[in-house]
Design a protein around this ligand. Structure first.
Ligand SMILES: Cc1cc2nc3c(=O)[nH]c(=O)nc-3n(C[C@H](O)[C@H](O)[C@H](O)COP(=O)(O)OP(=O)(O)OC[C@H]3O[C@@H](n4cnc5c(N)ncnc54)[C@H](O)[C@@H]3O)c2cc1C
Ligand code: FES
Ligand code: FES
Length: 1347
């Protein structure tokens, strides 16, 4: 269809303003319309598939039938623009602004420190705002549900939840006001000074619903207007028709049976975007009233297929209390399932009919609807018909029994009958906002007054290409008594009936099969419990044990409760020290100052790279990447791409005027390769076009010829076998390990594997390179941690001097180590495109491309041998590490070195040997990630200690304590230090967490619960801060004082959410003796501060802080004579006077940094400036039947010295902990056998969400700690805590050990990281998992590589 074709005018409102579009393109989403057309860039792009919530906006509609207005949150990235006719959209810009009035939601999230990099903040704000429009006083459950689909990679969610909690009525605890001891714990005694708080609730604006935008009256009239007409919109490739009646819809579908009916677009949208499926015609049935009708009959409910899942759920929840419980079994099961399906934003638009008709094998609704005997009513030009939703309805993947021209009109949901029970269970990689691994609906009907099964139906999702019925299992249960014998036969039949081949798509074969058994077992427990409740109700009439549906208490001992895991997030504690009484009120150092851009971030005003307006004639760049892991390139055919509309050029390696490679040590990495590829995702060429869509279509049209090369290397084992390593490989040893092994009581050997981790910064790699137009000068606006590297790299690539390239970084939407090396390569390619076309070029990676191309944290294999005495003392340890580095060296050998520097962690092991090798493989190159190898290093060591404890049958914390450094100590690389603060953290953490008493309580819990276990752990960290390459510790700053007294600070560090600019503002404020409000930081740029070092290694504040301090001291000294002349004058007076006296008001600052080094030949050095210490105590509750777990409580004690800004530091602590929790328990990168990364978006790769926040999360900054090595006695904190996320892993392992002991299994056992529900469940070795035969290794090709 051509865009010239005449269509209707689309009419809707955005933020109270009318929008009319005469050429609405059906392929345009609301997100791109907002960002590109209206330049409302507050709404962010994070994934494009409904999985991250960054694009959340609110949609409001007038409902003529009820004369009400509905407000709901939606993902703008999935919402087709054409679907908005008659709607009012509210974006983050529409609710408040720093220029006028900020909205209370924006204010509270910002002031509660819930915005770090800020990229997720507008989405969070809008989810909460939409909730408040419907419920001005929500419950905590409402809040966690509303935020469940919004991901944040920085904060750890706690501060966001606490900011939102202030809207709850029930929040009466003192913690609502901020941090400090909790009144409910009785921790604050009368007369004590109030502990300092992170924020003050009293400062907040009240929520005033009368201030909200009103719904446009014009839209009400539009909605009420009679005789609506068919609407059509035509785009470049797709047309959209929205009929106004069922008859018209039937006609349309008859003549266009292949055209999809788009309602929520949550299935069709991702298909079009990610699979490239093109539908030339889309039919929107949202104005056909029959599809939204709800009718109640004596047998049940007819629910319109167009109703959203949210509407279906509220309908069911409304009806449940109106009927006897026995009639609403199915309603309740469906409602429970709906509560966990997708996110609020998805449920608000996804339709019931769409879920059924998508026939997704993992649909959560279909198994329950089918088990519940639901029916559907369909219509076509042949007339209406009804058919059951049963095993015949779901034909194959994505296909149902309906004919293509048939329309699903409504779904019948019956009332349940007396003696009928319905259950629904699901297990997903993440508890919420995640497609399930296995999902089920089960129903049993007992004959009146007996336990004889009259009818039963069981359906599963996730066990095949579509929803499947366990028909034979049902037959084994039917007409039999519901007892142990029958059920035990049913488990066997089920196991036999639902077989998955060992290489089944999706993998997790053993786990999935075991879940089917666990679910049936859970259903049994639920049925028994319900039967028992029925008995209890009849006690008055029948003596106990002698009643109709008799269930004896022996059948349901207390050891088998079926209650769900706990989920309410409690207010946490955040304890930190007051600043000294002598400190001036104006001096902000040591106080919890809000992130300086938090309000701009919360209002959507903060400008990220891709928010910059387009330059004149700007082009967009899309990359073509390799689809083979190891192959020769035989041809690159770009002709078709060049013929496509909008495509301007294709950039290949031959276009690079200067250096075509980036050099790293003795290795080279090609920017674009045209000869041989060594991983899937390697960059081959780039297409530049006038729009994003055109560039992407162009890239897809490039044809690449390959000739496969033999034997790609993917796994550790393959790399070891082929000696495929990057040099140098490192080794370190103290004592005499070999001899020491001869002297010990016991020796144990073990292995620990841990997967990698995707950075998942919310802002994907983004850059804009603009030619200045003369003398080869360029401005590069890049989201990077290291502007100087970008400058150098572009200059080398274009073969021009560095003084022609300026790199600007205003802010970075999260980085975590991932915006250094690959970013420089992407910037070089973009710069070549600018060079060739002489036009500005923008490159912003899609989430999937970013995950594919840019690499991740290194997966690591650790093999250890440990020698110890029977009293628990470890005398010798020998650890070999392998890191999977991928196809280029990047920083991998440095990561391997850092791994070895941390193998002692907190322990004084007298004979200690470590070796580390970076394996060269045909996977995308891995790179730096927060912690730089330390999280991989120490987890192996801690696992080794756990093994020692298990062998000795002693608590793991005792073994840790016995082996800790004490007194003046020396590391294995001969670095002297005092572990005093480490030991203080350890003791304090045990006290604060009440470890001893809670450990006893957990053991008691475990004795009383067979299928739920509690596990605890206490884990320490000693983390070395600064770069071991001493030259990287230098920093520069430039401070200008303007004549009006305002101050502009520039320094070499980048702001990426870690609050660096806020801390620098505090430093400048203290040194210049002026309030922070007079100080501004605009950006980091290479033309203000040259030759900077990366913002990394937890050293940003230490280095840049000293440089800013140095510059400010100079200025302060220059002003001293002026001040002395006029001591009563103001800052402005002094500045004016200084100007008139020709005193320079601008100064650079410099910090040399410590001269650190590591001599690997001598195995000694001083690679760190100092250590940051911390200890985490964690408790989890584990569902042994499903592997699902919840972190019940976490207490963290951190030694950050004298914190420069406690709110920023606590933010880093909580955020890093949650990122570590993700690393060790949740996040899994999966590769296909040919080396393709499967997990390329939030739908497949799960980072922690609100549902993963510890229910009680307490952070304590160690008091009275001083650090002579860093600014104002503070300590670096960006990275260390990430490792402490492993305390969740070790608590899960502890819980699994308790489960294993039920079957008599004691001693060390393997559990690799991440401890996903799959691994945790299998580690519990329940009778169900034991039943599943494991596939014989080598006899099949697994779905995913075990790298
Ligand atoms: C991020 C995300 C998370 C999700 N999580 C889950 C989850 O946890 N569990 C789960 O079960 N699902 C989940 N889903 C799937 C979601 O529930 C379904 O995509 C949704 O219900 C489909 O409804 P829709 O209105 O958006 O369908 P659309 O995408 O608009 O249409 C889907 C298909 O249904 C057909 N169709 C729609 N209505 C009719 C009708 N009346 N008659 C005939 N055909 C019709 C269309 O032709 C089209 O082929 C998730 C989806 C996303 C994007
Ligand atoms: S960008 Fe829309 S949900 Fe991620
Ligand atoms: S603040 Fe949430 S992603 Fe950065």
């Amino acid at each position: 269809m051509s865009p010239e074709k005449e269509g209707d005018t689309l009419c809707f409102f955005i933020n109270g303003k009318k929008v009319t579009e005469n050429h609405a393109d059906p392929e345009t989403t609301l997100l791109s319309f907002l960002r590109e057309k209206l330049r409302l860039t507050g709404t962010k792009y994070g994934c494009g598939g409904g999985g991250c919530g960054a694009c959340t906006v609110m949609v409001s509609r007038h409902q003529p039938a009820t004369k009400t207005i509905t407000h709901y949150s939606v993902n703008a990235c999935l919402l087709p623009l054409c679907q908005l006719h008659g709607a009012a959209v509210t974006t983050v810009e529409g609710i408040g602004s720093t220029k006028t009035r900020i909205h209370p939601v924006q204010e509270r999230i910002a002031k509660a420190h819930g915005s770090q990099c800020g990229f997720c903040t507008p989405g969070m704000v809008m989810s909460m705002y939409a909730l408040l429009r419907n419920q001005p006083q929500p419950t905590m459950e409402d809040i966690t549900q509303a935020l469940a689909g919004n991901l944040c990679r920085c904060t750890g969610y706690r501060p966001i939840v606490d900011g939102c909690r202030t809207f709850c009525q029930e929040a009466e605890c003192c913690q609502v006001k901020g941090g400090g001891a909790c009144c409910l714990n009785g921790e604050q005694t009368a007369g004590e000074p109030e502990p300092p708080r992170l924020f003050d609730k009293e400062d907040f604006l009240p929520l005033d619903p009368t201030q909200e935008l009103i719904f446009p009256p014009e839209l009400m009239l539009m909605a009420e207007a009679a005789n609506p007409k068919t609407l059509t919109f035509h785009g470049e490739r797709v047309s959209w028709v929205s009929p106004a009646s069922l008859e018209e819809l039937i006609q349309l579908k008859t003549s266009n049976p292949k055209a999809p009916l788009v309602v929520g677009n949550t299935n069709i949208g991702p298909d079009m975007k990610f699979k490239g499926i093109l539908h030339p015609l889309i039919i929107s049935p949202t104005r056909v009233v029959e599809l939204f009708e709800v009718t109640q009959t004596p047998q049940g409910l007819w629910v319109g297929a167009g109703c959203s899942l949210t509407e279906v759920r509220s309908l069911l929840e409304k009806l449940v209390p109106q009927f006897p419980a026995e009639e609403t079994e199915l309603f309740r099961a469906l409602s429970r399932q709906l509560g966990l399906l997708g996110s609020q934003q998805i449920r608000n638009v996804a339709s019931l009919g769409g879920n059924i008709m998508s026939a997704n094998p993992n649909s959560d609704l279909n198994p329950v609807l089918a088990a519940g005997n639901c029916r559907v009513s369909v219509v076509s030009d042949g007339g209406p018909r009804q058919l059951p939703l049963d095993q015949d309805f779901f034909v194959s993947f994505g296909k149902t029994l309906l004919k293509p021209e048939e329309i699903l009109v409504s779904v019948f949901i019956p009332f349940s009958r007396k003696g009928e029970f319905v259950g629904a269970f699901r297990q997903a990689p993440r508890k919420e906002s995640s497609f399930s691994t296995v999902t089920t609906g089960m129903r049993v009907l007992f004959s009146e007054g007996s336990r004889l099964v009259q009818d039963v139906s069981i359906y599963f999702g996730g066990m095949g290409p579509t929803t499947v019925s366990a028909t034979r299992t049902c037959a084994a249960l039917a007409l039999r008594s519901w007892d142990d014998e029958t059920l035990s036969r049913a488990y066997d039949v089920l196991l036999d009936e639902l077989v998955l081949p060992p290489s089944a798509p999706g993998g997790k074969v053993e786990f999935r099969r075991s879940l089917t058994l666990s679910f049936l077992f859970k259903f049994n427990l639920e049925v028994l419990q319900k039967l028992r409740e029925t008995v209890r109700q009849k006690h008055y009439m029948f003596p106990p044990r002698v009643c109709v549906q008799n269930v004896t208490t022996e059948e349901l001992p207390e050891k088998m409760p079926v209650r769900p895991l706990p989920r309410e997030i409690q207010p946490g504690l955040q304890e930190f020290q007051h600043v000294s009484k002598d400190q001036s009120d104006q001096d902000p150092v040591g106080r919890p100052i809000m992130h300086r851009s938090a309000l701009s971030q919360a209002t959507g005003e903060a400008v990220y790279c891709d928010d910059m307006p387009p330059a004149d004639g700007e082009l967009f760049l899309a990359l073509v990447t390799s689809s083979r892991a190891h192959a020769k390139i035989t041809g690159l055919d770009v002709r078709e791409a060049l013929r496509l509309p909008g495509v301007v050029d294709v950039i290949t390696a031959k276009d690079i005027p200067g250096q075509r490679v980036r050099k790293m040590f003795d290795y080279e990495e090609e920017l674009l390769t045209d000869s041989e590829v060594s991983c899937i995702g390697q960059m081959l060429c780039a297409v530049v076009a006038d729009t994003r869509a055109h560039a992407k279509r162009g890239a897809a049209a490039v044809k690449v010829g390959y000739e496969d090369l033999p034997d790609p290397v993917f796994t550790f084992e393959e790399a070891i076998e082929k000696s495929s390593f990057y040099e140098p490989r490192r080794r370190i040893e103290r004592g005499n390990v070999t001899e020491a092994f001869e002297t010990v009581d016991q020796v144990h050997e073990g292995e620990f594997r841990m997967g990698g981790q995707e950075h998942f910064y919310m802002e994907t790699q983004s850059m804009l390179v603009v030619p200045v137009g003369e003398e080869t000068e360029f401005n590069a606006y890049v989201s990077t941690q290291w502007p100087t590297l970008i400058q150098d790299a572009i200059a080398e690539t274009l073969s021009i001097p560095s003084n022609r390239v300026t790199c600007h970084v205003k802010r970075v939407g999260g980085a975590f180590g991932g915006k250094v090396m690959k970013t420089s390569i992407l910037a070089c390619i973009t710069a070549v495109a600018v060079w060739k076309t002489n036009r500005a070029v923008r490159c912003v990676l899609e989430r999937g491309e970013d995950m594919l191309i840019t690499g991740a944290r290194h997966p690591v294999l650790g093999q250890y041998k440990v020698g110890f005495m029977n009293d628990g003392r470890i005398v010798a340890a020998d650890i070999q590490y392998y890191a999977n580095a991928g196809n280029t060296v990047d920083e991998s050998t440095l990561v391997a070195e850092k791994i070895l520097l941390h193998i002692d962690n907190a322990y004084n092991i007298p004979n200690l040997r470590g070796r580390a090798a970076a394996c060269r493989t045909n996977l995308p190159s891995n790179t730096a990630f927060r912690g730089f190898g330390v999280p991989q290093s120490i987890v192996v060591v801690e696992n080794m200690l756990n093994d020692v404890a298990a062998v000795l049958r002693r608590p793991a914390d005792q073994i840790r304590e016995i082996n800790m450094y004490r007194g003046p100590s020396v590391t294995h690389y001969k670095f002297e230090f005092s572990p005093e603060n480490l030991l203080r953290c350890w003791e304090e953490c045990k006290v604060k967490s009440d470890y001893a008493a809670r450990r006893r309580a957990a053991d008691r819990f475990n004795r009383h619960n067979r299928w739920k276990k509690r596990g605890m752990s206490v884990i320490p960290i000693k983390y070395g801060v600064a770069f071991s390459d001493g030259f990287l510790n230098q920093a520069g700053a430039l401070v200008h004082i303007y004549k009006d007294g305002s101050v502009l600070v520039a320094h070499g560090g980048t702001e990426m959410g870690q609050g660096l600019h806020t801390k620098m503002q505090q430093v400048a404020s203290r040194e210049l003796h002026i309030p922070p409000s007079k100080i501004y930081i605009s950006e980091t740029s290479t033309n203000t501060v040259p030759n900077t070092c990366p913002s990394a290694a937890s050293f940003g504040t230490d280095a840049n802080g000293m440089a800013v301090k140095n510059a400010c001291e100079t200025l302060h000294q220059r002003l001293e004579p002026i001040r002395q002349k006029n001591p009563e004058g103001s800052w402005e007076n002094w500045v004016q006077a200084a100007f008139l006296e020709k005193i320079s008001l601008s100064s650079t600052g410099f910090y040399r940094g410590p001269d650190l080094y590591m001599d690997w030949d001598k195995m000694e050095g001083r690679p760190y400036a100092y250590f940051t210490y911390g200890v985490s105590c964690c408790e989890v509750e584990l569902d042994c039947l499903t592997g699902d777990y919840r972190t019940v409580r976490t207490d963290l004690v951190m030694d950050v010295g004298r914190s420069v800004n406690p709110s920023v530091d606590i933010g880093q602590i909580e955020g890093a902990f949650m990122q570590g929790l993700g690393l060790y328990t949740l996040e899994e990168l999966k590769f296909s056998p040919s080396g393709l990364l499967y997990t390329r978006g939030p739908s497949q790769y799960k980072i922690p969400a609100v549902c993963d926040v510890p229910l009680a999360f307490n952070v304590y900054l160690l008091p009275d700690s001083h650090n002579p090595h860093a600014i104002y006695s503070s300590k670096g904190i960006g990275e260390p805590v990430l490792f402490l996320g492993s305390s969740v892993f070790f608590a899960i392992k502890d819980a699994a050990a308790a489960a294993r002991s039920e079957c008599g299994s004691v001693g060390p056992f393997p559990l690799d990281s991440p401890a996903t529900p799959e691994r945790a469940c299998l580690a519990c070795a329940s009778p169900f998992t034991q039943k599943i035969p494991a596939g014989k290794p080598g006899s099949f090709q697994p779905w995913a590589l075990n790298i």
